[in-house]
Write a protein that binds this ligand. Structure first.
Ligand SMILES: NC(=O)c1ccc[n+]([C@@H]2O[C@H](COP(=O)([O-])OP(=O)(O)OC[C@H]3O[C@@H](n4cnc5c(N)ncnc54)[C@H](OP(=O)(O)O)[C@@H]3O)[C@@H](O)[C@H]2O)c1
Length: 287
C-alpha cells in the first residue's frame, strides 16, 4: 500500500513514470480547492506526477486533465465555491464517493487586495471575510465528518499569506486581518482535534512567481525577498501533507527572521525592518 509519508523522489509535475501510472485504490488522494491559479496548477501537476488521485475544484469551469497535466482519468474537476457551504457539502460527497478515502484537502482559494486603511471598500471587506475567513471554516466543516469516519489519517491544509499569518504588513491591514484569523482558526481547531486522525495546517507560501502576485514582484525585490517558483511551493505543500505539519512558513532567512521576531516582540520586528518595509510597500499602494 502506498504510504503518504513515503519519501518518493519529487519531480517537476510533468514527468511520467511508475508512480504516475499507478492509480489504484491504494494511491494517495487529495482534494485541491481554488486550484486554477498559479500555485494550484503547480500543486495539481506535482501530485498527479506523484501518483495521487485528485478531485480539483474552483468556481469557474475548467478541465481536470489540463490542470493536472495528464489525461489518464486520475483527476476530476468539480465546480465549488468556498463561500457557499452547500456547494462544499456537494464537493465533499462527490470527493468521498470518487476517492473513497481522502488523505489531504488543500484549500488554495484566497484573495489579497492591498490598500491604505481608508480605501478598503465594503465589497473588499465582504469578499475578504467570505473567501479568506469563512471559506476555510466552511471547507473544514464540510470535510471533517467524512475524514473523522475514515480509518486512515487526513490533513486539511489551508494556504494563508506569506509568513505565519500574524506578521501584519502595512497597506495590507484588512487582508492581514483575515490571514491572522485563519492562523488562529487552525490553532484552535488543532487543539480541539488533538488525538484524532485529522489535523489542520496553516501554510504560508513565500511570494511566488505567479500572475496574481506579479504587480508586487518589484516591491519584493526592493525589500530583498526572493520570489519562489510555484513548483517549489508545491513541493513544500507536499512535504507538509506527508509530514502532517501544523504550520509551515516558507521563505529565506529574512522572512523566517521577521516571523520569529514578530512573534517574540512586534516592536523589535519594527525596529529591525518592518518599519522600513512600510515605506516601500506604500509606493505600491497608491491612493
Ligand atoms: N502567489 C503568491 O505569491 C502567494 C503568496 C502568498 C499567499 N498566496 C495565496 O495562495 C493562494 C493561491 O495563490 P495563487 O497565486 O494561485 O492565487 P490565484 O491565482 O489568485 O488563484 C486563486 C484561486 O482561488 C479560486 N477562488 C477564488 N475565490 C474562490 C471561491 N470563492 N471558491 C472557490 N475557489 C475560489 C480561483 O478560481 P475561481 O475564480 O475560478 O474560483 C483560483 O483558482 C491564494 O490564497 C493566495 O492569496 C499566494
Amino acid at each position: 500500500m502506498t504510504k503518504l509519508n513515503e519519501k518518493s523522489p519529487v519531480n517537476d509535475g510533468t514527468a511520467t513514470g511508475p508512480a504516475a501510472a499507478r492509480h489504484d485504490k491504494d494511491s494517495p488522494t487529495a482534494v485541491l480547492i481554488g486550484v486554477t491559479g498559479g500555485l494550484g496548477h503547480a500543486l495539481a501537476r506535482l501530485l498527479a506526477a506523484e501518483g495521487f488521485r485528485l478531485v480539483l475544484a474552483a468556481r469557474r469551469e475548467h478541465d481536470a486533465a489540463e490542470i493536472a497535466g495528464k489525461s489518464d482519468g486520475s483527476a476530476i474537476y468539480v465546480r465549488a465555491d468556498v463561500t457557499d457551504p452547500a456547494s462544499l457539502e456537494k464537493l465533499a460527497v462527490t470527493a468521498f464517493e470518487h476517492l473513497g478515502r481522502i488523505d489531504a484537502v488543500v484549500n488554495l482559494a484566497g484573495i489579497s487586495p492591498r490598500k491604505p486603511i481608508e480605501d478598503y471598500t465594503l465589497s473588499d471587506v465582504d469578499d475578504l471575510l467570505a473567501i479568506n475567513v469563512k471559506g476555510p471554516i466552511f471547507v473544514t466543516q464540510a470535510f471533517l465528518p467524512g475524514l473523522r469516519k475514515q480509518a486512515s489519517d487526513g490533513v486539511i491544509v489551508h494556504i494563508g499569506g506569506a509568513m505565519d499569518g500574524r506578521v501584519a504588513l502595512p497597506f495590507m491591514s484588512a487582508y492581514a486581518a483575515t490571514r491572522g484569523a485563519l492562523a488562529s482558526y487552525v490553532q484552535g481547531a488543532n487543539r480541539e482535534l488533538e488525538g484524532t486522525n485529522v489535523s489542520l495546517s496553516f501554510f504560508g507560501p513565500a511570494p511566488s512567481n505567479t500572475e496574481s502576485e506579479s504587480p508586487f514582484f518589484d516591491m519584493w525585490k526592493k525589500m530583498g525577498v526572493d520570489l519562489c517558483e510555484p513548483d517549489e511551493v508545491a513541493r513544500d505543500i507536499l512535504a507538509t501533507i506527508r509530514q502532517r505539519r501544523k504550520e509551515h512558513v516558507m521563505g529565506g532567512a529574512l522572512l523566517k527572521m521577521m516571523t520569529l521576531m514578530n512573534a517574540i516582540s512586534p516592536s523589535a520586528a519594527d525596529a529591525i525592518g518592518l518599519r522600513k518595509f512600510g515605506k516601500l510597500i506604500k509606493q505600491y499602494s497608491p491612493r
